[in-house]
Design a protein around this ligand. Structure first.
Ligand code: ZN
Length: 150
């Protein structure tokens, strides 16, 4: 049996303990609810978009350490990016945690998000890590339909 310890690296533990941008965003341009029934993670993502730039992004919700840290790091990462950059980042992140390397992965570094690379070895945890990203995509589209990972 593999030790989960290396999955819960310091950065993940820190973001789980003190999540960044965990608040409701007033006057959000888009929001979406996400649910991962496999683990019970729930998240709501709020975005404020100015032109093509993600001016602000935040989240609310509760879930496991991986989903909370992923949400916290996602908000830090994409704030200030263009909408298309944020979507490209999701593609690369998704490829990293699912262990698939496609054409989109040639687009550059994931920075801090690389802390989740170990998740690819734990298939049950992949949905915890990607939930907030799927929900972000819904929020950018201001999708009233909740996102689930199933
Ligand atoms: Zn989870």
């Amino acid at each position: 049996m593999m030790d989960l310890q290396d999955l819960y690296q310091e950065l993940i533990l820190d973001h789980n303990k003190r999540p960044r941008n965990r608040r409701k965003l007033e006057q959000a341009d888009g929001q979406c609810d996400g649910y991962n029934p496999l683990c019970g993670d729930r998240v709501t993502v709020f975005v404020k978009v100015n032109g093509d730039v993600v001016e602000d992004v935040s989240f609310e919700g509760s879930g496991c350490a991986i989903s909370t840290a992923s949400a916290s790091l996602m908000t830090e990462c994409i704030k200030g990016m263009s909408v298309s950059e944020a979507k490209a980042m999701f593609e690369r992140f998704h490829e990293m945690v699912t262990g698939e390397s496609g054409a989109a992965s040639q687009g550059g570094s994931l920075g801090k998000l690389e802390v989740f690379s170990g998740v690819s070895r734990y298939p049950a945890r992949v949905k915890c890590a990607t939930l907030v990203w799927h929900t972000l995509r819904g929020a950018l589209a201001d999708d009233a339909n909740p996102v689930t990972t199933e």
